[in-house]
Write a protein that binds this ligand. Sequence first.
Ligand SMILES: [Zn+2]
Length: 174
Amino acid sequence: MCGSDAYRKTGWYKYLGFAGRTKRGSADKDEEKRREGGGEKRAEMARSLSYIAPSQLISMSRNPRVAIVDVRDEERSYDAHIAGSHHYASDTFSEKIPDLLQAVKGKDTLVFHCALSKVRGPSCARMFLDYLSEMKEDAGIDKVMVLERGFNGWQASGRPVCRCTEIPCKGESL
Ligand SMILES: [Zn+2]
Protein backbone atom coordinates (compact mmCIF):
# COMPACT_ATOMS: atom_id res chain seq x y z
CA MET A 1 0.00 0.00 0.00
CA CYS A 2 2.83 2.33 0.85
CA GLY A 3 4.51 1.45 -2.41
CA SER A 4 1.53 2.29 -4.57
CA ASP A 5 1.07 5.50 -2.62
CA ALA A 6 4.61 6.52 -3.31
CA TYR A 7 4.19 5.67 -6.95
CA ARG A 8 1.09 7.79 -7.20
CA LYS A 9 2.84 10.73 -5.63
CA THR A 10 5.79 10.45 -7.95
CA GLY A 11 3.43 10.24 -10.86
CA TRP A 12 1.70 13.40 -9.79
CA TYR A 13 4.96 15.30 -9.42
CA LYS A 14 6.14 14.10 -12.80
CA TYR A 15 2.94 15.16 -14.39
CA LEU A 16 3.16 18.63 -12.88
CA GLY A 17 6.78 18.95 -13.87
CA PHE A 18 6.02 17.98 -17.40
CA ALA A 19 3.04 20.27 -17.70
CA GLY A 20 5.06 23.14 -16.23
CA ARG A 21 7.89 22.73 -18.66
CA THR A 22 5.79 22.44 -21.75
CA LYS A 23 3.58 25.39 -20.99
CA ARG A 24 5.66 28.00 -19.29
CA GLY A 25 9.00 26.59 -18.32
CA SER A 26 9.86 24.84 -15.09
CA ALA A 27 10.44 28.05 -13.13
CA ASP A 28 6.69 28.59 -13.10
CA LYS A 29 6.01 25.13 -11.81
CA ASP A 30 5.23 26.15 -8.25
CA GLU A 31 3.01 28.99 -9.24
CA GLU A 32 1.23 26.69 -11.62
CA LYS A 33 0.60 24.10 -8.94
CA ARG A 34 -1.05 26.78 -6.86
CA ARG A 35 -3.20 28.13 -9.65
CA GLU A 36 -4.45 24.90 -11.10
CA GLY A 37 -6.13 23.47 -8.07
CA GLY A 38 -2.83 22.26 -6.64
CA GLY A 39 -4.01 23.18 -3.17
CA GLU A 40 -6.39 20.31 -2.91
CA LYS A 41 -3.91 17.78 -4.21
CA ARG A 42 -1.22 19.22 -2.02
CA ALA A 43 -3.37 18.80 1.07
CA GLU A 44 -3.98 15.23 0.05
CA MET A 45 -0.26 14.57 -0.34
CA ALA A 46 0.64 16.30 2.87
CA ARG A 47 -1.70 14.09 4.85
CA SER A 48 0.65 11.16 4.74
CA LEU A 49 3.66 11.07 6.98
CA SER A 50 7.02 9.90 5.73
CA TYR A 51 10.32 9.25 7.47
CA ILE A 52 13.67 10.64 6.53
CA ALA A 53 17.17 9.37 7.43
CA PRO A 54 19.78 11.76 8.85
CA SER A 55 21.89 11.47 5.70
CA GLN A 56 18.93 12.56 3.58
CA LEU A 57 18.21 15.46 5.90
CA ILE A 58 21.81 16.68 5.58
CA SER A 59 21.41 17.13 1.85
CA MET A 60 17.82 18.35 2.06
CA SER A 61 18.56 20.99 4.65
CA ARG A 62 20.56 22.97 2.11
CA ASN A 63 17.23 23.69 0.54
CA PRO A 64 15.96 26.98 2.00
CA ARG A 65 12.38 25.70 1.81
CA VAL A 66 12.98 22.94 4.34
CA ALA A 67 12.32 23.62 8.04
CA ILE A 68 13.30 21.36 10.94
CA VAL A 69 10.90 21.30 13.89
CA ASP A 70 12.21 20.04 17.24
CA VAL A 71 9.35 19.04 19.55
CA ARG A 72 11.45 17.86 22.50
CA ASP A 73 10.42 19.40 25.78
CA GLU A 74 12.83 20.76 28.40
CA GLU A 75 15.70 18.57 27.21
CA ARG A 76 16.24 20.93 24.31
CA SER A 77 17.63 23.46 26.76
CA TYR A 78 20.34 21.18 28.15
CA ASP A 79 21.01 19.05 25.09
CA ALA A 80 22.25 20.49 21.84
CA HIS A 81 19.98 20.87 18.82
CA ILE A 82 20.13 20.68 15.06
CA ALA A 83 21.32 24.03 13.73
CA GLY A 84 18.56 26.26 12.48
CA SER A 85 15.81 24.07 13.92
CA HIS A 86 12.60 25.55 15.26
CA HIS A 87 11.50 24.57 18.74
CA TYR A 88 7.86 23.81 19.54
CA ALA A 89 7.71 21.66 22.66
CA SER A 90 5.34 18.72 22.41
CA ASP A 91 3.49 19.56 25.64
CA THR A 92 2.18 22.83 24.21
CA PHE A 93 2.39 21.88 20.56
CA SER A 94 -1.31 21.81 19.72
CA GLU A 95 -1.90 25.40 20.78
CA LYS A 96 1.27 26.65 19.05
CA ILE A 97 0.46 25.30 15.60
CA PRO A 98 -0.67 28.72 14.28
CA ASP A 99 2.65 30.23 15.48
CA LEU A 100 4.55 27.43 13.81
CA LEU A 101 2.72 28.00 10.54
CA GLN A 102 3.65 31.65 10.73
CA ALA A 103 7.29 30.82 11.44
CA VAL A 104 7.59 28.46 8.47
CA LYS A 105 5.97 30.70 5.88
CA GLY A 106 7.61 30.10 2.53
CA LYS A 107 8.78 26.58 3.45
CA ASP A 108 7.32 23.60 1.67
CA THR A 109 8.77 20.74 3.71
CA LEU A 110 8.71 20.28 7.48
CA VAL A 111 10.84 17.67 9.23
CA PHE A 112 9.74 16.87 12.78
CA HIS A 113 11.82 15.19 15.43
CA CYS A 114 11.98 14.63 19.18
CA ALA A 115 14.67 12.75 21.09
CA LEU A 116 14.03 9.39 19.41
CA SER A 117 11.21 10.27 17.01
CA LYS A 118 9.22 7.40 18.43
CA VAL A 119 6.28 9.15 20.07
CA ARG A 120 6.35 12.93 20.35
CA GLY A 121 7.84 13.63 16.91
CA PRO A 122 5.38 11.53 14.89
CA SER A 123 2.38 12.52 17.01
CA CYS A 124 3.09 16.26 16.65
CA ALA A 125 3.66 15.75 12.94
CA ARG A 126 0.25 14.05 12.71
CA MET A 127 -1.39 16.83 14.68
CA PHE A 128 0.13 19.28 12.26
CA LEU A 129 -1.13 17.27 9.28
CA ASP A 130 -4.64 17.21 10.73
CA TYR A 131 -4.50 20.94 11.24
CA LEU A 132 -3.38 21.46 7.63
CA SER A 133 -6.14 19.29 6.28
CA GLU A 134 -8.75 21.30 8.18
CA MET A 135 -7.40 24.64 7.01
CA LYS A 136 -9.39 26.45 4.37
CA GLU A 137 -6.45 28.04 2.62
CA ASP A 138 -3.39 26.30 1.25
CA ALA A 139 -0.45 26.66 3.64
CA GLY A 140 1.96 25.77 0.84
CA ILE A 141 3.36 22.75 2.64
CA ASP A 142 3.98 19.75 0.42
CA LYS A 143 5.64 17.36 2.80
CA VAL A 144 5.56 16.62 6.49
CA MET A 145 8.31 14.23 7.54
CA VAL A 146 9.81 12.70 10.66
CA LEU A 147 13.55 12.38 11.23
CA GLU A 148 14.37 8.72 11.88
CA ARG A 149 15.86 8.03 15.34
CA GLY A 150 15.35 11.64 16.34
CA PHE A 151 17.92 14.00 17.78
CA ASN A 152 19.68 11.24 19.72
CA GLY A 153 20.25 9.22 16.58
CA TRP A 154 21.38 12.32 14.76
CA GLN A 155 23.94 13.19 17.41
CA ALA A 156 25.06 9.57 17.92
CA SER A 157 25.88 9.26 14.24
CA GLY A 158 28.19 12.27 14.51
CA ARG A 159 26.04 14.78 12.66
CA PRO A 160 26.70 18.45 13.43
CA VAL A 161 24.80 20.02 16.33
CA CYS A 162 24.38 23.56 17.61
CA ARG A 163 24.60 24.59 21.28
CA CYS A 164 23.42 28.17 21.08
CA THR A 165 20.78 29.46 23.48
CA GLU A 166 19.09 31.75 21.00
CA ILE A 167 15.38 31.41 20.38
CA PRO A 168 14.83 30.76 17.57
CA CYS A 169 18.18 29.24 16.65
CA LYS A 170 19.72 31.30 13.90
CA GLY A 171 22.29 28.62 13.13
CA GLU A 172 23.08 28.21 9.50
CA SER A 173 21.49 25.13 8.11
CA LEU A 174 23.91 22.23 8.21
ZN1 LIG B 1 21.35 26.93 17.67
